[in-house]
Design a protein around this ligand. Structure first.
Ligand code: HEC
Ligand code: HEC
Length: 498
């Protein structure tokens, strides 16, 4: 190696730079230059409009804007995407049925299709803000767990063998639907208490604090110490590109001590395909490492369908729910041993990996640029990290070496008591959440007019979402409270342009 290169590498290492085995020293230097936060807010940055690189779509803005395939997919890729789309939208039915290739739903389930929760590939809808809303919530899940009581249980958690201990009767998730002849597990009741927040310049905002109850329990009492973690279905765009971000780039943000009270934490989780402990990236607590594994988990937990990674035909039925195990399942010997055979699972994973992020709107608008500057100055970028260049060796060629702008570090942060669910998942504790990507967030209401924000959908607007920030994000939130009304409007205008 030339001395100059060695010096350069040493300098980069001491700056906390990531190693990135997929790049030459020259490329690494180029990438670090491109991904450094900008200091110039007078005009958009190069390529900023194309926030998902060559995968970005430039399409008419309407309710289908999250449902397009990545712009750079090959012809074969598009065919696969279309088949996957069909499976994502299809309503599964209970076994046995005449349509043998799509039965096996349940016996316990939360919804009949992926699309029922990920509305038009965007986020789901919460029960609504009626003070006494009793509802058959679809897109809102309640994860259930209990604290460890024995040494063996503590070991299972600390070794990572289990991310959480399921409730002994009801399992890891409340399924509020069941096939005919079987009781459902119960229903979700949400009650909201309004909280008034005063902002500089005489404005006020009203935040809605949710409280969850489970009613009409179908299988007897739940353990008194059961912990409930509510989760709303997030949008599906750009996920394959998030998987293609190099782990070193993510961990560099975890390691960096920026002196700003922010310390991102990785969630190390089990990769069921390889058996390895790997970086969690997906879901609100980064509990899943890959799009494929989360998609298979959704078939199992949310719909009660088996696939190679989650082979039980009875989903989240527990030993205490014998009636659930006695129900027929939908695996067809001539189609393979799973209700969702590997071939179909691959189509769904491909689809989930290749939903396109739309291009930015008006990145050169003066108000948008002013809002962008405020976003940087308030240190929102301490967690919502603007840009990355994806791996050169990403699994799928279309995801390789793309400059992308997801506005996330994919790490866990303590978000304070207001957002805490008190429930751990792997290394994520009861106050921690993964920074969600912000790309596409400005089109949320175009795709689903009833959509709301944050892990449980409690925030009815982008401003409410920001005002709920606490813990490591308290300082950023306080800066927004102290802004003039015009500045706050600019900040929101920037988010709406994403
Ligand atoms: C009952 C509602 C529901 C159904 C049905 C559902 N999902 Fe989800 N989905 C969710 C929720 C809630 C989350 C977040 C879970 C968490 O944080 O643990 C999620 C997360 C995801 C994610 C991760 C997204 C991200 O940004 O981290 C993927 C991928 C996904 N679902 C795919 C699917 C697929 C594929 C199907 C159909 C097989 C499906 N989902 C069915 C509610 C649902
Ligand atoms: C310490 C890390 C951190 C900082 C700083 C931070 N955020 Fe967040 N942000 C998060 C996390 C984590 C969530 C998800 C919290 C939840 O769902 O409970 C989130 C959620 C959001 C959401 C809602 C996203 C969605 O999909 O529902 C918006 C909008 C948002 N942040 C904007 C901002 C803005 C604007 C700032 C700066 C004023 C900021 N954030 C500062 C970590 C941070």
């Amino acid at each position: 190696m030339k001395p100059l290169v060695v010096l350069l590498l040493a300098a980069l290492a001491s700056a906390g730079a990531s190693a990135r085995g997929d790049l030459s020293a020259e490329d690494l230097q180029r990438v670090r230059g491109i991904t450094a936060p900008t200091r110039d807010f007078s005009a958009p940055e190069a390529f900023e409009t194309m926030q998902a690189g060559a995968a970005t779509v430039k399409k008419l803005i309407n309710a289908d804007i999250f449902s397009h395939a990545s712009a750079n997919l090959s012809f074969e890729g598009r065919q696969q995407f279309l088949v996957g789309n069909g499976l994502f939208r299809k309503d599964w039915v209970s076994a046995p049925s005449s349509t043998q290739a799509s039965d096996g739903l349940g016996p316990l389930f939360n919804a009949r299709s992926c699309q029922a929760c990920h509305v038009k590939d965007g986020r789901g809808t919460v029960p609504g803000f009626d003070p006494l809303a009793r509802t058959d919530a679809v897109a809102l899940l309640l994860r259930l767990s209990v604290p460890p009581a024995t040494e063996a249980e503590r070991r299972a958690l600390s070794s990572g063998e289990l991310a959480a201990l399921p409730e002994p009767v009801y399992g890891a998730q409340l399924q509020n639907f069941a096939v005919a002849g079987l009781p459902s597990e119960g229903r979700i009741a949400v009650e909201y208490t309004p909280i008034t927040v005063r902002l500089a310049g005489g404005e006020t905002a009203i935040l809605m604090r949710p409280a969850y109850r489970i009613e009409d329990l179908g299988y007897g009492p739940m353990r008194a110490d059961t912990q409930i973690s509510p989760r709303l279905a997030p949008p599906m765009i750009g996920l394959g590109l998030l998987e293609a971000i190099h782990e070193d780039d993510i961990l560099a943000h975890a390691a960096a001590d920026k002196g700003d009270g922010i310390s991102g934490k990785p969630n190390w989780v089990h990769d069921l395909r390889t058996g390895a402990k790997v970086l969690g990236r997906f879901n609100w607590k980064a509990g899943q490492p890959t799009v494929e594994q989360q998609s298979a988990a959704a078939f199992s937990n949310d719909m009660g369908l088996s696939s190679p990674l989650f082979p039980s035909h009875h989903g989240d039925c527990t030993a205490a729910q014998q009636a659930c195990f006695d129900m027929p399942h939908g695996a067809q010997p001539h189609l393979g041993e799973h209700e969702v055979p590997a071939r179909l699972m691959d189509f769904v994973s491909f689809y989930s990996n290749n939903l396109a992020v739309p291009q930015r709107r008006d990145p050169d608008d003066a108000r948008v640029l002013a809002g962008k500057k405020l976003f940087y100055e308030a240190n929102c970028i301490g967690c919502h990290v603007p840009k990355y260049v994806t791996r050169r060796d990403a699994k799928q060629p279309e995801h390789q070496f793309q400059l992308i702008w997801p506005y996330t570090d994919l790490l866990l942060h303590d978000m304070g008591e207001g957002l805490a669910d008190g429930v751990s998942e792997g290394q994520a504790n009861g106050r921690e959440w993964r920074t969600p990507p912000l790309w596409g967030i400005g089109l949320t209401a175009v795709v689903n007019p009833n959509a709301t924000y944050l892990h449980d959908g409690r925030a009815r607007s982008l401003l409410e979402a920001i005002l709920w920030h606490g813990g490591e994000a308290q300082a950023a939130r306080d800066r927004v409270v102290a802004m003039t009304p015009a500045e706050r409007a600019d900040l929101i205008r920037f988010l709406e342009s994403l």
